[in-house]
Design a protein around this ligand. Structure first.
Ligand SMILES: Nc1ncnc2c1ncn2[C@@H]1O[C@H](COP(=O)(O)OP(=O)(O)OP(=O)(O)O)[C@@H](O)[C@H]1O
Ligand SMILES: [Mg+2]
Length: 224
């Protein structure tokens, strides 16, 4: 059974009475442990697709199945619980909490789930070291560069060891070497924890380094 099955998903936005069709019947299966890149032109709908996949936004039609559960047939509280337990999300804008340090931001999901504080902070620190920010743990988001903030957001998305990581341009603000380091980390986490990841990127070289590549164009997703 696929870990994620997307079945004929449609999504449109309405603006000033006009309908803009973004996803026009997207279907695909993602197996447990797959590492997938997603490319496509700006405005093609990559973030929209990731939000649907991550249960943050319901499709107009179609289904998202996690194993044998149809996620959008759950109620809102169940969907939120499912998302918290299963999915780590790196947003295109990082959404770090401005008044907390990098370390606190990364540890926060674990603290909210009442995990042991010492363990949560130790693992948060380890993740920050692995994204190359061991020397920035006490900086607040306003004291970080764009690429550093994005790396903190990635560490935060990993702190609960989610089954699925959905990352929207985690390397968008990074120089090639740092970007390659992040992809390296994703491959390591994939190998060590069996995490399933879908990574949106504009960087074709990094996209090609992923075992499976998808392209979003014309409202449809195809193998690239
Ligand atoms: N809330 C909204 N209302 C109306 N239109 C929207 C809304 N959100 C996104 N769009 C439009 O939907 C299209 C797809 O947006 P999306 O953010 O998914 O693109 P993307 O592929 O992630 O682009 P980028 O590579 O620039 O991040 C864009 O043309 C955008 O203007
Ligand atoms: Mg986007």
């Amino acid at each position: 059974m696929a870990l994620l099955s997307i079945r004929n998903v449609f999504k449109s936005y309405f603006l000033h009475g006009k309908r803009i069709d973004i996803l026009r019947g997207v279907s695909l299966d993602i197996q447990r442990g797959e590492l997938v890149s997603l490319v496509g032109a700006s405005g093609a709908g990559k973030s929209t697709f990731l939000h649907v996949l991550g249960t943050l936004d319901a499709p107009a039609a179609g289904e998202v199945m996690f194993e044998d559960r149809s996620v959008f047939s759950m109620n809102d509280a169940e969907i939120a619980e499912f998302r918290n337990q299963t999915i780590g999300f790196v947003f295109q804008s990082h959404f770090l909490l401005p008044e907390f340090t990098a370390l606190e931001n990364v540890a926060m999901p674990a603290l909210i789930r009442r995990q042991d504080r010492t363990g949560a902070y130790a693992y948060a620190r380890e993740l920050l070291e692995r994204v190359g920010l061991g020397h920035r743990v006490d900086h607040r988001p306003g004291e970080l560069s764009g690429g550093e903030a994005q790396r903190v957001a990635l560490a935060r998305a990993l702190v609960l060891k989610p089954a699925v990581l959905l990352a929207d341009e985690p390397t968008g603000n990074l120089d090639p070497a740092t970007g390659e380091g992040i992809h390296q980390l994703l491959r390591e986490v994939n190998r060590e924890q069996g995490i399933t990841a879908v990574v949106v990127t504009h960087n074709e070289t990094l996209a090609r380094s992923m075992p499976r590549r998808l392209r979003l164009a014309g409202g449809e997703v195809s193998e690239a």
